[in-house]
Ligand binder design. Structure first.
Ligand SMILES: Nc1ncnc2c1ncn2[C@@H]1O[C@H](COP(=O)(O)OP(=O)(O)OP(=O)(O)O)[C@@H](O)[C@H]1O
Ligand SMILES: [Mg+2]
Length: 234
């Protein structure tokens, strides 16, 4: 019973005292971050400050030198590589700057792929992929090879793929960086609507102050820690 109460009160993302260096460079130096379900955070900071490295620690692609990375109460920093691979689909979904879809596959196939790779039921995966693509406004192009899609369409498909495992945490690394302002705004509207629609936490890395201003909080990665950033917009 007490465990239930505690887990309800705990932030879905709970990062404590995270440390990580690459070569001689200390990128994360005692970093702490808490994000609740339904909340969004923008992370800014100069190029090379370690933002992508931080997201990789959150998604389990990098094992940090020290610290805890709890997602839904489970410390992924302590999990083995195979445990992390098994958890990935249902823990954290990621949207990258260029969508990173498999160009020969259709949006339907790209979206269903994480479930298929995890050994899930193909029929259910395709049905779910179709409904997500419809909901995200790209149902009409669900059979077109991803290579032929526009940048904005690709990002919507990437969002569908990130959502298919219904992860409690969504990460986006420069999701609008390769889009023109109008398309970027449309993708940003979509992204920042997701925490309420899917009850997930959203962490968006961006160099764009207008995109950052849409998040509930903006934090800057500075000297290996996250500090509250001054908003220049909004
Ligand atoms: N595998 C690696 N080997 C060597 N250096 C690396 C490696 N991965 C990252 N780095 C270095 O670590 C630093 C932080 O990289 P990271 O990609 O996290 O920065 P970033 O804040 O995301 O930058 P940007 O805004 O340009 O995307 C950079 O100086 C980068 O060159
Ligand atoms: Mg980066």
């Amino acid at each position: 019973m007490s465990t239930d109460v505690r887990s309800q009160a705990t932030a879905v993302v709970d990062v404590r005292d995270l440390h990580h260096s690459i070569g001689e460079r200390k990128l994360l130096d005692g970093l702490t971050l808490e994000v609740a379900a339904g909340a969004s955070v923008a992370v800014t900071g100069p190029s090379g400050s370690g933002k992508t490295t931080l997201l990789c620690c959150l998604s389990g692609l990098i094992t940090p030198a020290a610290g805890a990375v709890r997602i839904g109460g489970v410390d992924i920093a302590q999990a083995s590589a195979s445990e992390r691979a098994a958890m990935r689909l249902r823990t954290v979904g990621t949207v990258y700057q260029f969508g990173e879809l498999i160009p020969e596959l259709s949006p339907l196939e790209n979206t269903a792929l994480p479930v298929l790779l995890a050994g899930g039921d193909a029929k259910a995966a395709y049905a779910d992929a179709r409904s997500l693509l419809d909901e995200l406004g790209v149902g009409a192009v669900s059979s077109t090879p991803a290579a032929s899609l526009s940048g904005g369409e690709r990002q919507r498909v990437a969002v569908a793929r990130a959502l298919i495992g219904r992860p409690p945490v969504l990460l986006a690394d420069e999701p609008t960086g390769s889009l023109d302002q109008r398309t970027g705004d449309v993708v940003a509207d979509l992204l920042f609507g997701l925490p309420a629609r899917f009850e997930c936490a959203l962490i968006v890395v961006t160099h764009n102050p207008q995109i950052a201003a849409r998040a509930d909080r903006t934090l800057e990665l500075s000297e290996g820690r996250l500090v509250t950033a001054e908003r220049t917009v909004g």
